[in-house]
Design a protein around this ligand. Structure first.
Ligand SMILES: C[S@@+](CC[C@H](N)C(=O)[O-])C[C@H]1O[C@@H](n2cnc3c(N)ncnc32)[C@H](O)[C@@H]1O
Length: 204
């Protein structure tokens, strides 16, 4: 009886913590990076490659790279003539990815620290943007998407990846609403309701 009550209390505490997290978006701390280093089922690197369709020589902006789960692959896809801009709120994540890129001999990854709601890039200067497991951590996701829209070239694309179980998971319906407010449209979807990549393009 006592064990059942304890289990019930633990379950309620977990649920309360999950709800609090959803209502109070915040960046995953560098100290908890083991979460982002775990395998990303369904939203695999191969699937990202299909949805992003990267081309050699492109300039790709990855916002919130974490420890670089996708970054080194993107850097190889765009090749030495291309460039991956990594942009993160936390300098520790950027340093981590740059150290990994250096170990792999990749010199085309460029770090910049800042907040996704104020991107320091010129209008229409980026071929593609990647945002995986990041949008729900941003208190004003629509403001971040407007910034993405601003820096994307008119024929550019944004790929958003989401994985259920992340306390800041963004469901596809919420993404579509936020995207519409930022003048972006979902044009392709790969995965399922709990783990997906969506491809978005400028305009409605
Ligand atoms: C859950 S991790 C995802 C890491 C990686 N994209 C992946 O899928 O493994 C979220 C990342 O977004 C960054 N982030 C959160 N809020 C941000 C913001 N407002 N501006 C820029 N980066 C942010 C965090 O610092 C962290 O690196």
């Amino acid at each position: 009886m006592r064990a059942r009550r304890l289990l019930g209390a633990a379950g309620l505490a977990t649920l309360a913590a999950a709800l609090w997290w959803r209502k109070n978006p915040s960046a995953c701390p560098y100290g908890q990076r083991f979460w982002v280093e775990a395998p990303h089922p369904v939203i695999t690197r191969d699937r990202l490659r299909q949805v992003l369709a990267p081309q050699a020589g492109e300039r790709v902006l990855e916002i919130g790279p974490g420890t670089g789960y996708y970054t080194l692959d993107i850097a190889e896809w765009v090749g030495g003539e291309g460039r991956v801009e990594i942009f993160d709120l936390q300098q520790e994540f950027l340093d981590h990815v740059i150290a990994r890129a250096a170990e792999s001999g990749l010199g085309n990854v460029v770090p910049t620290q800042g907040d996704a709601t104020a991107l320091p890039y010129e209008d229409a200067s980026v071929d593609a943007v990647v945002l995986t497991a990041v949008l729900g951590e941003i208190p004003d996701p629509t403001a971040a998407l407007r910034e993405v829209r601003r820096v994307l070239k008119p024929d550019g694309r944004l790929v958003v990846g989401e994985l259920f179980g992340d306390p800041h998971f963004t469901a596809r319906a919420s993404l579509e609403r936020q995207a519409g407010e930022a003048d972006l449209t979902v044009t392709a979807h790969s995965g399922n309701w709990f783990a997906y990549f969506a491809r978005l393009t400028p305009g409605s």
